[in-house]
Design a protein around this ligand. Sequence first.
Ligand code: NAP
Length: 542
Amino acid sequence: MTSTEKPDFDVISVGAGFAGLALIHYLREVGMSIKVLDRASDIGGTWTWNRYPGAMTDSESYYYCLMFSKELLQEWSWSARYPTWKETQDYMKFVADKCDMWPHIQLETEVVAADYQKDSGLWKVTTESGETLTCKYFISGMGMISQQIIPDIKGMDTFKGPIFHSSRWPEDLEWEGKRIAMIGAGATTVQMVPAMSEKAKSIHVFQRTNNFILPGMQREMTPEWEKEIKENYDEIVAKCRNHVFGMAFDDAEGRLAVETPPEEVERIFEEKWTGSFRWVFETFDDLLSDQRANDMASEFIARKMRERVEDPELADLLVPKVGDYPLFAKRPPMDHHYLEQFNRDDVFLVDIKDKEPIVEITETGIRTTENHFEFDIIILATGFQAYTGALEAFPIRGESGQTLAEKWQDKSASIMGVCVADFPNLFVITGPQAPFANLPTSIEQNAIWIAKCIDKMEKEGYDVCKPRKDVEDEWTAHVADIHSQTLMSTGDKVHSWMMGANIENKQPRVLIYFGGANNYYDCLDKSVEEGFPELEFEKLAS
Ligand code: NAP
């Protein structure tokens, strides 16, 4: 092996969303040349693909952003508690403009293969056009929820109207005044229905599993609120870094629901019912670990949900019963008046679990075991192959010639979600077995770790870093152990994407580190302090 071959770039990264921008920032700081490739025609990642009506963040705007520059935090103004996809994308363009990032970004470039070259220690990256580029470090910033799932429903290719996945919204689609079907009742559908019900002719939601739905309680940004945020950004940044979910939330002050009198539990639940995921983390510390506490929370949410649905039979279908499955075994959607839409006479719920499963899609609509429904448009809001999907969608081949997809066939394995044994000089932003947390926070923590690792290699003259298999085994076992102590480990029974249990013919698996994002960030920092003991560094003969 020799290190004489000069790569086209020090770093090639895939994905021009938050991860791509964070990588450009942190890797430029350590003197690397970096090219970010993306198949999309614009930057934004998730927020360039998910542009369906109603698409907006479920995290509050002022900390769902990159925090590397105090100046940028002060300069940008958010218009609301939860920004739309467009506003988030505009924010990313603002960052790219301000920080002169565009020269590092190459759009409309789909990567179709990445191969580690043992002899040179370089990665060869092949694009759809057949071009090959080489780099010393190959990084995935492809996003943890980006690879869409297209269900295998008989007759799908016979439908005469538009039929598409929610994350591939056709730009010129005319949906107003049309009869619309939505297959799936997850976070995406919960956002689409209220945004479309007024103008669609009708909407039918084909629901398999119902969800615990948390209220968003959207509100406009006011000058006073913005001032308060901007005066306190240091504290907000610190809160995100130190929170179990990477969000600028307060904690539950050690309260346990199971040790609190019922009337006090009710009072606290009610007092904190102010919108966002805050409610889960600011009320009690045992909601996600103790079934009894989880039942109390589920019961409260179910009651709140039922109050909004006029027809009790419909409420039975829309609202999970306590005991069906734990709150957070599936990621709860964030609601902006979804449930009320079913009180209209042009929004319908079709129970495809127990009452009338889908049989086929026809030229003109959807046939269930009981009915044939006619539609103009069918939207597949059927979710994503989270964490591993994008990394398995094209061959990424490591030192032994095995692809990531082959390696992860039975179970996922990584070191802190950021690197993988047998894949030298490959890094992943928010890969499998990283936490599920406020994504910009996790992305930046990963980018910092990667930049520091690369900086060490460059300063000390290393050509290759090899993630240690024994450390990978340890991390994988540690993540599985923590996972088994939470109620999220029951997600396989309700097709949760958090366990990959929404993918047909694939074994559910542990995909997420549930030990707290703050503790995970501590692990990353400790690794830096100790000189990256998870990796073996090598110099090639020159
Ligand atoms: P999802 O939550 O995984 O929901 C997919 C839906 O499709 C489920 O109702 C599922 O039913 C149904 N489904 C899947 N395959 C089906 C089939 N073959 N036949 C019938 N129904 C089928 O997907 P999503 O709504 O796109 O959301 C995914 C994640 O993306 C969210 O949890 C969230 O993390 C993220 N997201 C975030 C935002 C935001 O932050 N603003 C917005 C949207 C999405 P089962 O439940 O029975 O499997």
